[in-house]
Design a protein around this ligand. Structure first.
Ligand SMILES: Nc1nc2c(c(=O)[nH]1)N[C@H]1C(S)=C(S)[C@@H](COP(=O)(O)OP(=O)(O)OC[C@H]3O[C@@H](n4cnc5c(=O)[nH]c(N)nc54)[C@H](O)[C@@H]3O)O[C@H]1N2
Ligand SMILES: Nc1nc2c(c(=O)[nH]1)N[C@H]1C(S)=C(S)[C@@H](COP(=O)(O)OP(=O)(O)OC[C@H]3O[C@@H](n4cnc5c(=O)[nH]c(N)nc54)[C@H](O)[C@@H]3O)O[C@H]1N2
Ligand code: SF4
Ligand SMILES: [Mo]
Length: 698
């Protein structure tokens, strides 16, 4: 028997834990934690440990497939790679010929590594349209903080902090491998913990201050925090004086957000708000862990992420040890979303200017993020501002992942051509004309530098792909060759070596050492004499934004659907709905077919206060309908006391194992894809209205 142990990193979620992959006779047998990994320190979760179940799952797609019987057909036939890629090449070239290169969109879901390769492909092909859910994920943080201080507020230094503020962030479920070790180190050393979350997560319940906020009112709370800090003279005078602009305007702007007023808006108590704000500003250094879900899925996501950056700045924590760091991976401009690839930045100006969403969200022109799916839909539906006819989706289950699923499904069905790359059949691949089977992460080489602080890691192939699955980088290299895209890489090795060039290292060399880190820098602005913003300072009041039609100061707006802004609707739908709090055993709609994971969380469960449930005659564990003005889904009520009686929480991603599950169990059937945040295009899926209807289910 031949056995190997390969050190790699897990790609089942963003944490990218270090793992040791044990392979016996060519089959993956065990996934163990790598104790030497600098972030995860040996940690693994059930998803990572279930990798073998995923690879050898009977549902895995193991051959390219083409749809039989035209668009509406339900059957797929096996075909060769050559034929499948020929079809795709022909259809994409045909679309470019008839409608222009911009009529072709490539999309990914949450990052599974393909962004640089797809962007480079699009650049050579001529389309500026790379679509991803960044607008409801990391995009608003990047836009809000980069617009304020020139870098993304994504690297809290929890381990060295004396106060940790988790704002809409539950890393125990969502980022255990990346943040938990440091978080625990910080808490062990005595750091205070503040959690802003409508739900009593285990971390919230452990916190010194848990602010059980009304969903969607975060900006009001943040402006009040800033007000309290200024009024109590707890801000960092020296930093504010030397490194910020517009402090007086900010001071004036937040002055009306008194704890009393803010308490009414947020359903918190004035004392709790005040004491949490004072605890944060009174501790130095203090760090902020901004969630991506709660913070980036709101109509005022930009104001919220700007506000968080301002909070960090005026308390002197930006780029401070124990505060929020400015980390650059060693790959620099060739990092995952680096400017060396971006189709938007590398296309000729006129073609780049056609990027969908650019007109509506002009800040994207300065801080590029991918096209939000919601701006691609009208181009498919009505040809506005121009027709999109062909889409390729890599690792994305649009139908279940994106709000207003019914619309998403109709939109994708209207395309002339759709191809999808996925391990398994999903409600999205069902709509495709061609499906391609990718290699699993254990079956491929890759590098990872996104959100890895100042590191780049080698993901190392531990076994050959299940026949005839193929590394997606190879798929895209093959497609580029067939389409005659000159200048595209010829092989996987070339793509990786290119990305590693700034390190002066090849992939073979990185593989030997596992990872490489750039030096950490603190207060880099002192060395450079400026922040990377138009004024060179932290833009507390960002006058330059006004030129793009964006308010210079963060503003609170009530969620568009809610007791304050739609009181009539509130009478019919009297509960506030927040969705998508993460579940450790699943990644979005993925993993639903994996038995060891499914048994831990078989059904979608609505977290509801027992008092509310009882008043509706709903028992713990009972199946009910959850309705919104957009429709209804089936869900199991689960009593949960650590939530406001007026608020319920529903998970996302359920669809598998039930006939028409994408309609019946998928919460995005009742979420909304409008109105979008006017600056970031974020979607309002954390603060909606709903009601519960009884039904009997056997
Ligand atoms: N209501 C609600 N909806 C939400 C959210 C929420 O909080 N609430 N969160 C949103 C957020 S933040 C995001 S980022 C999106 C995520 O949306 P998606 O990224 O689309 O997430 P998934 O549903 O996991 O779909 C990914 C698909 O990729 C496949 N896959 C996994 N790994 C690979 C791979 O390596 N290669 C290929 N080709 N395929 C692979 C999986 O089998 C799965 O079918 O969902 C969003 N949806
Ligand atoms: N296991 C697992 N891990 C994941 C994912 C996954 O699907 N599964 N998805 C990954 C992706 S793509 C993303 S973007 C990240 C998201 O990462 P995070 O944003 O950290 O997601 P959560 O851990 O769910 O934390 C969000 C918290 O916000 C709270 N919340 C809901 N509404 C509001 C509100 O209006 N205000 C405030 N203050 N809080 C609110 C929720 O109750 C929840 O506890 O997770 C990543 N990690
Ligand atoms: S937390 Fe789990 S799924 Fe995510 S990288 Fe670590 S082991 Fe993999
Ligand atoms: Mo995300």
């Amino acid at each position: 028997m031949s056995s190997t142990r390969t050190r790699s990193i897990c790609f089942e979620c963003h944490s990218r834990c270090g793992v040791i992959l044990e392979v016996n006779d060519g089959r993956l047998t065990t996934v163990k934690g790598d104790p030497d990994h600098p972030h995860s320190h040996g940690y693994t979760c059930p998803k990572g440990r279930a990798a073998a179940e995923m690879i050898y799952h009977p549902d895995r797609i193991t051959t390219p497939l083409v749809k039989v019987g035209g668009k509406g057909g339900a059957r797929f036939d096996a075909t060769s790679w050559d034929n499948a890629l020929d079809i795709i090449a022909e259809r994409l070239l045909d679309s470019r010929e008839k409608w222009g290169a911009e009529s072709v969109v490539f999309g990914t879901g949450t990052t599974r590594g393909m962004a640089p390769y797809l962007n480079r492909f699009l650049t050579l092909f001529g389309s500026p349209n790379f679509m991803a859910p960044s607008n409801m994920s990391g995009g608003p943080i990047v836009l809000g903080s980069a617009a304020t201080c020139g870098f993304g507020l994504v690297d809290p230094d929890f381990a060295n902090s004396t106060c940790i503020l988790l704002w809409a962030h539950n890393p125990e479920a969502s980022w255990p491998g990346l943040y938990l070790h440091d978080l625990k180190e910080g808490l062990k050393a005595g750091a205070k913990l503040i959690v802003v979350d409508p739900r009593g997560t285990p971390l919230a319940k452990k916190a010194d201050h848990w602010l059980k906020i009304r969903p969607g009112t975060d900006v009001a709370l943040l402006l009040c925090f800033i007000n309290v800090i200024i009024q109590n003279n707890l801000y960092d005078h020296e930093f504010v004086e030397n490194w910020t602009t517009g402090f007086d305007k900010l001071k004036e702007h937040v002055s009306s957000y008194t704890p009393k007023r803010c308490a009414e808006i947020t359903w918190l108590s004035a004392d709790d708000i005040e004491s949490a704000a004072i605890a944060f500003a009174g501790s130095s250094p203090a760090s902020i862990g901004p969630g991506m879900g709660g913070v980036c899925q709101a109509n005022d996501a930009f104001d919220l992420t700007r506000g968080l950056t301002i909070l960090s700045a005026i308390t002197g924590n930006l780029e401070a040890r124990g505060g929020n760091l400015n980390c650059v991976p060693p790959t620099k401009k060739r990092s995952c979303y680096g400017p060396d690839y971006s189709a938007y930045l590398n296309l000729p100006r006129e073609q780049a200017g056609k990027m969908l969403g650019l007109e509506r969200f002009p800040l994207f022109g300065h801080i590029p993020i991918p096209c939000p799916p919601q701006v691609v839909w009208p181009a498919i539906e009505t040809g506005t501002p121009y027709p999109v006819k062909a889409v390729g989706l890599f690792a994305n289950n649009s139908v279940c992942a994106y709000p207003n699923s019914a619309r998403v499904r109709t939109v994708l069905s209207k395309l002339d051509f759709l191809f999808a790359v996925d391990y398994y059949h999903t409600p999205t691949t069902e709509l495709a004309d061609v499906i391609l089977p990718p290699a699993h992460w254990t079956e491929r080489d890759e590098i990872e530098d996104l959100l890895m602080r100042n590191h780049v890691f080698a993901q190392v192939k531990a076994l050959d792909p299940v026949p005839v699955c193929r590394d997606e980088k190879q798929i895209i290299c093959d497609l580029a060759r067939k389409m005659g895209l000159e200048g595209y890489w010829g092989s996987v090795r070339e793509t990786l070596d290119y990305r590693l060039e700034p390190l002066g290292m090849t992939f073979e060399e990185l593989k030997q050492i596992g990872h490489s880190a750039a030096p950490l820098t603190y207060r880099g602005y002192e060395k450079y004499g400026k922040f990377r913003t138009p004024s060179g300072k932290v833009e507390l009041c960002a006058e330059y934004l006004a030129m793009l039609g964006i308010p210079a100061l963060p503003e609170f707006r009530e969620p568009d659907e809610g007791p304050a802004s739609s009181p009539e609707l509130f009478k019919e739908y009297p509960l506030i709905l927040t969705t998508g709090g993460r579940n450790i055993v699943y990644y979005h709609s993925s993993h639903r077919n994996i038995a060891s994971l499914k048994k831990r969380s078989p059904d979608p469960e609505l977290q509801i206060h027992p008092q509310t449930a009882r008043s509706l005659g709903v028992k713990d564990g009972e199946w009910v309908y959850l309705s919104s003005p957009r429709g209804r889904v089936e869900i199991r009520a689960r009593y949960f006391s650590d939530i406001n009686p007026g608020v319920v929480h529903a998970p996302h991603g359920y669809w598998y194992g039930v006939k028409d599950g994408w309609q019946r169990l998928n919460i995005n059937m009742i979420t909304n894809d409008e109105p979008l945040c006017p600056v970031t295009g974020s979607v309002p899926i954390k603060a909606l209205l709903c009601r519960i209807e009884k039904f009997a289910k056997d």
